[in-house]
Design a protein around this ligand. Structure first.
Ligand SMILES: *Cc1c(COP(=O)(O)O)cnc(C)c1O
Length: 388
């Protein structure tokens, strides 16, 4: 029997993905420079600087320089005093940050599933692991807004130790002045989980003051940010920095993946150069795509503003089942998640702005036409921008 080797499948996969249009809100595309760093010799190395300043591993001095530069790039980009760049994923960054900000038995508030909150904050996951009592922030899903009045009275009663902001279905920023008014008298600290919107924050959009108006900004580096996959913990509070490190190395991870750190440093350089134009294009594209999809009969929530982020949310109905929709799009070379989110990060990374053409392809495919070749033709004209 002939067994295809995995490298053949990887090549096949790459060819396949290069012919498809990626509209997944959690994903983006990395530049050739970032890819080069990811597949460099660093991919199989370690580096760990001990308290006495020595590295536990030999041969790491050039990487130490890479690490320090990458850290500086990220601090400059997000205007923060301290960037923890080691977390190998957003989820790990969140766990280490929450562990640094809470004790066992503490009460924490986060946005629940009806508000598009992150599943990791459900009782069975992070609260279970860190022995926390998790409550839902009162939320108005119809307008995608926190119910600030209801939250203020809940916080007055329960005095949460920590408030976690951020959503996975994230289309609207918060009123941070109101959050501060609620958190301060209750003595609550604020963790802003910007996983989805880190690339927008870096480019001065969505909620650019998130790191100033919270105690800690945490998030993934590969959703609206320029990759690679990983996480960040950012703060201006020098007392917290050491605690983050303690809750990472040998607690939630060991090897920081030096190739990923190098790639992150490059992505941050790209963001420093081009983040503003990219984030502005993402915001514009989301609005245009929401509008165009609605015009073409694919209902999008929150008309007439649709979204301030890198994703629009489809409106579920008996005629629009998200799983069926996503599978039908996949048959036509259009890649979407199965939660009704349509993302604009990757098409914006390709410098594309004709949202009407995308809405046309989506609506024709949903109506039963085969648009596979037209999608491949469109994608063949796109190339990655915003990198050198
Ligand atoms: C995606 C996501 C995470 C987890 O990030 P990973 O990088 O996938 O580990 C955490 N919080 C929120 C709000 C997310 O959307």
């Amino acid at each position: 029997m002939y067994l295809a080797s995995i490298i053949d499948l990887v090549r096949k996969y790459d060819v396949y993905r290069m012919q498809t249009l990626n509209l997944q809100a959690s994903e983006n595309r990395v530049s050739p420079d970032v890819k080069e760093a990811l597949s460099s010799d660093l991919a199989s190395r370690y580096s760990h600087v001990m308290e006495d300043g020595n590295n536990s591993y030999g041969g790491a001095s050039i990487f130490e320089q890479i690490f320090n530069d990458a850290k500086k790039n990220v601090e400059k980009l997000f205007h923060v005093k301290h960037a923890e760049i080691r977390p190998i994923g957003g989820h790990i960054a969140v766990i280490a940050a929450i562990k640094s900000l809470t004790e066992k038995g503490d009460t924490v508030y986060s946005i629940g599933p009806e508000g598009g909150g992150y599943p990791g904050y459900l009782d069975a996951y992070i609260p279970e692991m860190l022995s926390l009592r998790m409550e839902n922030i009162p939320f108005k899903p119809d307008v995608q807004e926190i119910d600030y009045d209801a939250f203020a009275s809940a916080a007055k009663r329960r005095r949460p130790n920590l408030i976690v902001l951020g959503q996975s279905a994230f289309v609207r920023p918060y009123d941070m002045a109101r959050i501060t008014e609620i958190a301060d008298p209750a003595g609550s600290r604020i963790l802003y989980d910007g996983s989805h919107v880190m690339g927008l924050i870096a480019g001065g959009k969505f909620q650019p003051d998130a790191s100033v108006k919270s105690d800690v900004l945490v998030g993934s580096t590969h959703k609206s940010f320029f990759g690679p996959q990983g996480g960040l913990i950012l703060t201006n509070d020098s007392d917290l920095e050491e605690s983050f490190e303690k809750n990472l190395t040998w607690m939630t991870m060991d090897n920081m993946h030096p190739n990923r750190v190098a790639a992150l440093g490059i992505a941050a350089e790209e963001m420093l150069k081009h983040g503003k134009s990219y984030a502005a294009l993402v915001e514009k594209n989301s609005f245009s795509l929401g509008h165009a999809l609605n015009e073409h009969g694919i209902p999008v929530r929150f008309s007439p503003w649709y979204s301030k982020s890198h994703q629009v949310l489809l409106s579920p109905s008996k005629d629009l089942n998200f799983i069926k929709f996503s599978k039908k799009m996949e048959d036509n070379g259009i890649i979407l998640d199965r939660d009704g989110r349509v993302g604009t990060s990757e098409i914006s990374r390709m410098g594309f702005s004709d949202m009407d053409s995308i809405a046309t392809l989506i609506s024709e495919a949903w109506a039963g036409n085969n648009v596979l070749e037209r999608v491949a033709d469109l994608v063949s004209l796109l190339k990655i921008e915003f990198w050198r």
